[in-house]
Design a binder for this molecule. Structure first.
Ligand SMILES: [Cu+2]
Length: 116
C-alpha cells in the first residue's frame, strides 16, 4: 500500500513537471465518493484540467478518471486508480464535449465542455 502510494506520488510529480503554456488556463475537479465536483464545467480551449483526489484525511473509495467519449481525434485517456493524494492532468486542445466516467462506479460521471 505504501509502496503504491509512493509510485502514485512519483507519477503526480512527473505530471507536475510539465511546463505550463503561457497564458493557459487551468481548472481543477475534485473527486469524492462517488462524484466529481463540479459535475459539468465549460472551459476555454487549451485549458489544463486537473482531477484532484482527496487528501489522506478525507480518503475514501478508490476512483479513476476515464475519457468515455470525446471530440473526434482525441485519444482516450485513463488515470490510475487511486484513493488519495493523486492528481491526473490533461490539456484539452480540441473543442467539444468530453464525457468522463469512473470505471469503478459507473454512476460517477462528469462532462467537460471545451469552447471553440
Ligand atoms: Cu469512483
Amino acid at each position: 500500500m505504501i509502496k503504491r502510494s509512493i509510485a502514485v506520488l512519483a507519477g503526480a510529480a512527473l505530471l507536475g513537471a510539465v511546463p505550463g503554456v503561457d497564458g493557459a488556463t487551468k481548472k481543477t475537479i475534485a473527486l469524492g465518493d462517488n462524484y466529481y465536483a463540479p459535475k459539468t464545467v465549460t472551459v476555454a480551449k487549451n485549458t489544463t484540467v486537473t482531477w484532484r483526489w482527496p487528501g489522506f484525511e478525507e480518503a475514501g473509495d478508490v476512483h479513476d478518471v476515464k475519457l468515455k467519449s470525446g471530440p473526434k481525434g482525441v485519444k482516450k485517456f485513463q488515470s490510475e486508480s487511486a484513493a488519495t493524494d493523486y492528481t491526473f492532468k490533461r490539456k484539452l486542445t480540441v473543442s467539444g464535449t468530453y464525457k468522463i466516467v469512473c470505471t469503478l462506479h459507473e454512476e460517477m460521471t462528469m462532462t467537460v465542455k471545451v469552447r471553440k
